[in-house]
Ligand binder design. Structure first.
Ligand SMILES: [Zn+2]
Ligand SMILES: [Zn+2]
Length: 472
C-alpha cells in the first residue's frame, strides 16, 4: 500500500546516477496516496466515507480492509469500540461507519489519522463538523447512504467523477437541489441499502449489494418533489451554505446558545402557545428544547427557523426581530408543515414491484415484516395498500417455514440414523449420549421425531429398548 514517489527519479547508470541520488531532494512520502478530494470547499464537497472508498479502490484493496487496518486499528479513543465491541461491527452497527462523516471523536480521529496517512491538510472539510459544528451526529446524519440517481447518471454522461457528496449524508436533506428529486436509500434493482464502506468488488456509483448501476437517466424514474417540499429544501440548502461559509471563515459553529437566543425572541406573553400553534409542535416539547433539557434534531431546529422566518445564523447572532414579529402576529413565515410530514413518502411503485417479485418467486422468500423493512415502510402501510397480496405472502411464508422445518427434521433424523450405524459399525455401543456427540447439533436428539429414529434404528439393529434405557 506504499505510495510510489511523487517525483520520478530517472534511473541512470554509473556515476551520473550516484550524483543524482545525492543531489535529488526526495519529498516526504505519505503511506497512502494523497488523492485529491472532490469539490472540497464547496456545497458539493465529497464526504469522508466516499473518499475512503476511493482511496481503497485506488490502492487496489478493499476499502473495508483499508479502514480496519489503517484507520481503526490506530484509534486511541476507541469511542466506537466502547459502543460496539469488535473491529468489524463498526460496519454493521447502525450508523457506525456513517459517523465518520460527522461530528465528534470518531470523525475527528478518522480525519487526523487519514491526514497523517495521506499527508493532506484539507480532509477535515470532508466531515460535517466543518459545516454544522458541534451538533450530535445521531438523528442528524443518515444511518445509511442516500443518493440522487439523476446526479449519478448525469455525471457519468458528462464523464465527471462519481462520488458521494457530504450533502447527501445529512438527514435534513431529502431531495437533490439540482434535480428536485427525492434522494433514495435503496437500490432500485435489489431493494437493499448500501454499505457505507464498500468492498473491493464495488465501483463508484454501483450498488454495494448487487453491483448494478445506481444512476437513472430517465426523467420518469423518480418524480419531482412537490412545490412545498421543494421550497423547504431550497431554504435548507441556503441555510446550510450560509452555515458552511460562516464555519469556513469564522471557525466551527457552537450551538450552545441557539435556544437561549431563540427564547429571547419569545419573551412576550403567550409566545410558547403561539409558537406551538405555528409549528404544530407541542408546547411541552418546545419548553424542553428552550431550557436545554432536550436536544431536538437539526431538522427540527431548522424547521423552527423556517416557520418563523429567521435563519439559524440570525438566531445565533441574536437577530431575532423577525421571530418576534412572527409570534406577535401569529403568522407563519412559511406554510405550516410538521417536521414528520417532511419525511420521504413511501414509493408505492417500489412496494408493488418488490411484492410482485416475491410473489413471482424472483426473490428469496420474504414475509410482510421483512418486505416492509426493505422498503423502509411499515407493515400497516403495506397491509392498507396491498391487503390481498399480503395475505398470500403471509400464507406462503407459513407454508415455507413449515416445509423448511420439515426438511431440517428429516436431515436431523438422517444424521441420527447414520450416527447409530457408525457407532454400531465401530463396535461402540450407540447410546443416547454417544450418538448425540456425533450430531451437528447434539441437542437435536431431544426432539421427539429425532429420538424416535434413534430408537427405531436401534431396534432395527436388534438392540432392545430395555437395553438402551439401561445403558443410556
Ligand atoms: Zn441530483
Ligand atoms: Zn442492488
Amino acid at each position: 500500500m506504499r505510495k510510489t514517489a511523487h517525483t520520478a527519479i530517472v534511473v541512470r547508470k554509473g556515476s551520473e546516477n550516484h550524483r543524482m541520488l545525492q543531489t535529488a531532494e526526495i519529498p516526504p512520502r505519505s503511506r497512502l496516496y494523497g488523492l485529491e478530494p472532490y469539490q472540497v470547499n464547496t456545497l458539493w464537497s465529497e464526504s469522508l466515507t466516499s473518499y475512503l472508498n476511493r482511496l481503497g479502490w485506488a490502492h487496489g484493496v478493499s476499502p473495508r480492509d483499508l479502514v480496519v487496518q489503517e484507520l481503526l486499528a490506530s484509534f486511541t479513543s476507541k469511542a466506537w469500540l466502547r459502543s460496539s465491541p469488535g473491529l468489524v461491527t463498526v460496519f454493521s452497527r447502525k450508523g457506525g461507519a456513517m459517523s465518520l462523516n460527522g461530528m465528534g471523536t470518531f470523525a475527528l480521529e478518522g480525519v487526523t489519522r487519514l491526514s497523517q496517512l495521506t499527508m493532506r491538510s484539507d480532509l477535515h472539510l470532508l466531515t460535517l463538523d466543518s459545516w454544522i459544528g458541534n451538533l450530535p451526529p445521531s438523528r442528524n446524519i443518515r444511518i445509511v447512504p442516500a443518493w440522487c440517481e439523476r446526479c449519478y447518471a448525469e455525471w457519468q454522461e458528462q464523464g465527471r467523477a462519481l462520488y458521494q457528496p457530504l450533502l447527501w449524508m445529512l438527514q435534513v436533506v431529502t431531495s437533490c437541489p439540482h434535480h428536485k428529486r427525492r434522494l433514495i436509500e435503496r437500490c432500485p434493482q435489489c431493494q437493499k441499502q448500501q454499505s457505507v464502506i464498500a468492498t473491493a468488488k464495488t465501483r463508484p456509483g454501483e450498488c454495494t449489494q448487487c453491483g448494478r448501476w445506481l444512476g437513472t437517466p430517465s426523467t420518469t424514474a423518480e418524480p419531482e418533489v412537490d412545490q412545498e417540499t421543494a421550497d423547504w429544501q431550497n431554504w435548507v440548502i441556503d441555510a446550510l451554505e450560509a452555515l458552511r461559509l460562516t464555519s469556513l471563515f469564522s471557525g466551527p459553529l457552537h450551538w450552545a446558545t441557539f435556544f437561549s437566543r431563540f427564547a429571547s425572541g419569545m419573551e412576550s406573553k403567550g409566545a410558547f402557545s403561539r409558537l406551538a400553534r405555528l409549528t404544530g409542535i407541542q408546547r411541552g416539547i418546545l419548553y424542553r428544547w428552550m431550557d436545554g433539557s432536550d436536544q431536538p434534531s437539526f431538522e427540527s431546529m431548522l424547521y423552527l427557523c423556517y416557520v418563523c422566518g429567521v435563519t439559524p445564523l440570525e438566531v445565533m447572532r441574536n437577530h431575532v426581530a423577525p421571530l418576534k414579529q412572527a409570534l406577535q402576529s401569529e403568522t407563519a413565515y412559511h406554510a405550516l408543515r410538521s417536521p414528520r410530514s417532511l419525511r420521504k413518502p413511501v414509493n408505492q411503485e417500489l412496494c408493488r414491484e418488490l411484492i410482485q417479485r416475491v410473489l413471482d418467486g424472483k426473490e428469496e422468500p420474504l414475509g410482510v415484516v421483512q418486505i416492509a423493512q426493505r422498503l423502509g415502510s411499515s407493515v400497516a402501510t403495506l397491509l392498507k395498500h396491498f391487503p390481498n397480496e399480503c395475505a398470500v405472502i403471509t400464507q406462503r411464508m407459513q407454508d415455507y417455514r413449515m416445509q423448511r422445518k420439515a426438511r431440517r427434521i428429516a436431515q436431523l433424523c438422517e444424521e441420527v440414523r447414520q450416527a447409530v450405524m457408525a457407532r454400531s459399525t465401530q463396535g461402540i455401543y450407540p447410546s443416547y449420549r454417544r450418538v448425540s456427540a456425533l450430531l451437528s447439533q447434539p441437542s437435536s436428539i431431544r426432539q421427539p421425531e429425532v429420538s424416535a429414529v434413534w430408537r427405531e434404528t436401534r431396534h432395527a439393529l436388534g438392540i432392545g429398548l430395555s437395553q438402551i434405557n439401561r445403558k443410556r
